[in-house]
Design a protein around this ligand. Structure first.
Ligand SMILES: C=C(O[C@@H]1C=C(C(=O)O)C=C[C@H]1O)C(=O)O
Length: 285
C-alpha cells in the first residue's frame, strides 16, 4: 500500500482532477491536507509520496527522491501567494508580519526577499492560522497562500498593498520559483517501484487531459466549488508551470543557494535527486 499526500489547494488540481482513483484504489490511499501538515507527515514516514513544499524537500533531501517533470512553479506572477500589507513593502523593517501556518516554501521565500533584496534586517514573524481578518487586526502585514490568498485578494485586494511573491522573486532574480515538488520516500520507491510508476503515469495523464482542453472543464468545476469566474481559473492554471523543466530546476537550486547564504537553510543543496524511470536515481546539478 502506498500512502499519498494530496494538497488541498486548487493549484495542484491539474494532477488530481482526472486521476483514476478506482484503478489505484487497491494499492494507494490518499491523505488530503495543507502543505505544512503533509510536509511533516512525509518527513515522519507517515506518507510515502506526494506534492510537498519545495523547502521541505531541501530539509529532508537525503530521504527523498523527486518524480521527474512534475511540480508547481511560476515565472513571474503565481496569482495565489500574496503578501497583504498596510505599508509599502519597502517600509516593513521593524514591523510584525503574520505567516500562514500552511506553508513552508512561501514563508521562507518572503523572509529571503525581505532580507536579501529589501535589506530589512529586523522583521518579526509569527506563524498563525490563515484567517485574514485576525491577521490584519494584529499585524502590519500577512502572508497567505493557495485558495486562502485568492479569496483574500478577491475581497480585500483593493484595501491593502498586495505583493505576489513569485512576481517579486522573478523580478529580482530572473528565475522561476518552484513552490511544490513531487517527492517519494526513498525506501518506498525501492519497495514499490511499480506502484510509484503507476501513480506517476496517472498524474502525468491527468495533467495532460487538463492541458488538452486548456483547463476548461477543470475551470468550470472549480468555479462551482470556489467561486470566481471560469476565465479567472483558466488563466490561473494556464499561467502556472507544471512540468519542472530545466529552468525551473535551476531556479529552485538558486533559491536553495540564497536561502543557505541568508541563514534560512542549514544545508547547502547543490543538486536534486530525481528518479529516472529506466536507470534509477540520478542527480541534477
Ligand atoms: C502555488 C502555490 O504553491 C503552494 C505553496 C506551498 C508552500 O508555500 O509551502 C506548498 C505547496 C504549493 O501548492 C500556492 O499555494 O498558491
Amino acid at each position: 500500500m502506498i500512502t499519498v499526500g494530496e494538497i488541498l489547494y486548487t493549484n495542484v488540481h491539474p494532477f488530481f482532477y482526472h486521476l483514476n482513483r478506482g484503478k489505484l484504489e487497491h494499492q494507494v490511499s490518499f491523505i488530503p491536507s495543507i502543505p505544512a501538515k503533509l510536509n511533516d507527515a512525509m518527513a515522519k514516514g507517515e506518507i510515502d509520496v506526494g506534492a510537498i513544499s519545495s523547502f521541505s524537500y531541501a530539509k529532508n533531501h537525503e530521504q527523498y527522491v523527486l518524480m521527474p517533470n512534475l511540480a508547481v512553479s511560476a515565472k513571474g506572477e503565481v496569482r495565489s501567494i500574496f503578501l497583504f500589507s498596510k505599508k509599502p513593502i519597502e517600509e516593513l523593517n521593524g514591523c510584525n508580519v503574520a505567516l500562514t501556518h500552511s506553508s513552508a516554501t512561501s514563508i521562507n521565500l518572503l523572509k529571503l526577499l525581505l532580507k536579501r533584496f529589501y535589506k530589512h534586517e529586523n522583521v518579526r514573524y509569527e506563524t498563525v492560522p490563515p484567517v485574514f481578518g485576525d491577521m490584519m487586526a494584529s499585524f502590519d502585514a500577512c502572508l497567505l497562500i493557495g485558495d486562502d490568498a485568492i479569496e483574500a485578494k478577491r475581497h480585500h485586494g483593493d484595501s491593502f498593498y498586495v505583493y505576489d511573491l513569485a512576481e517579486r522573486w522573478t523580478a529580482f532574480t530572473d528565475w522561476p520559483m518552484t513552490f511544490a515538488v513531487f517527492a517519494m520516500r526513498k525506501e518506498k520507491l525501492l519497495d514499490e517501484p511499480n506502484g510509484m510508476h503507476e501513480l506517476y503515469t496517472e498524474w502525468k495523464e491527468s495533467r495532460h487531459k487538463n492541458e488538452k482542453d486548456h483547463y476548461a472543464e477543470l475551470a468550470k468545476t472549480v468555479t462551482n466549488d470556489y467561486g470566481g469566474t471560469e476565465r479567472f481559473w483558466q488563466q490561473y492554471f494556464t499561467n502556472l508551470r507544471y512540468h519542472f523543466l530545466e529552468e525551473d530546476q535551476r531556479g529552485l537550486l538558486y533559491f536553495y543557494q540564497l536561502l543557505h547564504e541568508e541563514g534560512f537553510l542549514d544545508q547547502k543543496i547543490d543538486h536534486l535527486n530525481v528518479w529516472d524511470i529506466k536507470t534509477g536515481i540520478h542527480s541534477i546539478t
